[in-house]
Write a protein that binds this ligand. Sequence first.
Ligand code: GUN
Length: 295
Amino acid sequence: MQLLEGKVASSAIKEDLKNKISALASEGKKLPHLAAILVGNDPASQTYVNSKVKNCHEIGITSSLFRFDESISEKELLEKIIELNNQKDIDGILVQVPLPKHISEKKVTLAISPEKDVDGFHPVNIGNMVLGFPSFISATPFGILLMLEHYKIETEGKHVVVIGRSNNVGTPISILLSRNNKYGNATVTLCHSRTKNLQEICKQADIIIAAIGNPKFVTADMVKENAVVIDVGINRIKDETKKSGFALKGDVDFENVAPKTSFITPVPGGVGLMTIAALLMNTYQAATLHSQEGE
Ligand code: GUN
């Protein structure tokens, strides 16, 4: 069994981006600029956004964090997004979700200009991705592809079983892996809460992608010998022995599953770090596109 280490794979990507951005700086060109919006005080969202901002800083991407109280109205938030859409120096915009209940995530997603939608959540980007046209691919599925690429894990002809059909992970990764791409050409089965015989289907998988948000959901009896297991779950479990009061656990029963696998992602330290690298790549790509438009 070999660990698919997010730290190793994401460091390689970040180093490459850092060099490209420092070349821009030495040519006196504009640096990529990410605007991140955080509404409220959800601890997990704060951690994620802080980490995104910190990673931008590490590689030379300019970032602006806009924090709003939980009570901000939907109208005010949409106005802020439109302002950022119109601001020429901003290349990418992300609004951390979940949002408070009185704000429609759909309206927020639709408000972000597709050219600045570095989260790849806008229907224009999803549509382009499905058709294989250039698009921003959302951070988690893109991060999974980057992880597979870094560790040279072939997907062509493989049976991939994706567990979970969320808009941000399960659905896009199932499409990306089935397309006629370098990291595609797999036969993909997308499983969800109504799937019958889940264990039987998972047992046939060469690659399992678990994205259900349910700790230890994937157990050893569901996994074929030498399968590759990608764990997307980040579940916060109460743990008094930790300073923070919680531990992060994936969707896979790591202890019992890992010995059967050829490759497996740890949680934390796996896919999570790749999603940040993917966001940085999207922001760099957005800046490149905008600078070409300006020429
Ligand atoms: N919340 C959890 N994951 C994400 C993500 O990738 N982007 C945004 N904007 N919010 C999230």
